[in-house]
Ligand binder design. Sequence first.
Ligand SMILES: [Zn+2]
Length: 307
Amino acid sequence: MNQNSKIALSFDVEDWYHTPAITGSSFSFYRSVDDFFENWKGEYDCLSDGFHYLIDLLKKHDVRATFFIVADVMDRYPEVVRALKNSNHEIACHSLHHTSAIDAKTKKPFQAMDVWEKELILAKQKIETVFGMKATGYRAPNAYFGKWMVKLLERNGFLYDSSIAYNSMYNKTDVSLKNVPSVPYRMNAGDLSNVNADSTIVELPWSYLKTGPFYLPGGGAFFYRALGNSYFNILLSQCLKMGDTMFYIHPLDFSNTDIPLSNNMARPMYWINKGYKTRKMFEKFIIRHKEKFATCRDVYSRFISLN
Ligand SMILES: [Zn+2]
């Protein structure tokens, strides 16, 4: 048992229209965020109330975390940017417009690789200009991760990624993942594994629950809202025995604003327990694990110092 293991606590700052059913994927209703704003005439902000709840909660319990921000959020939510600037949290990159990097079905690049890299550079520059700090961490939108991304992250100054969700239910990468640990590891750009690492990128993989031959999803967000603290407390205590691990959720998961979905966009089950129910669980979760939480950058630094 590793008594000192940490949980990298992370939040993906995006709104409901960034989800793949609405924009930025091969099956989305609008092709892109720009397309959404050209055609959408209603209210769009379901992010702010959950975000401000969250940032106040972290302050109340004196917990630092990493916020992976979609760069276009900075154009439309000045109060979110202001609150993050006034905080001591780490800011990391969650792409320019939350476009999936690979196609959900074919696993081929959804964006051309040069377009993907151009957007990555723009997003990184934008975050660094606004927040006056180096953005060294990356998380792929919707966790869709292609092996070709590793070397592009490396050459654009990223130090770590946190997108690999290993489990027996789905695989959002373009390789057949085998035995990915729940602890940080240096990545092999050929198969995204921890064997024969040939990149400088350190992966902070998502937590999972191993039960018999099965690996059940962890990570957070939808699974956290659906399965709650009991499931995640078991899962995290198992992962912490191995070493440092990862938890993530969205400010959007804490929002009490109704998502303005029309019938043809609706995925009612997906938003289960959003808002008050998740807020109630999450404060207990924060109190229980308070001493274990760290930023992703801190967990990355622990890995570097030990390896
Ligand atoms: Zn996201």
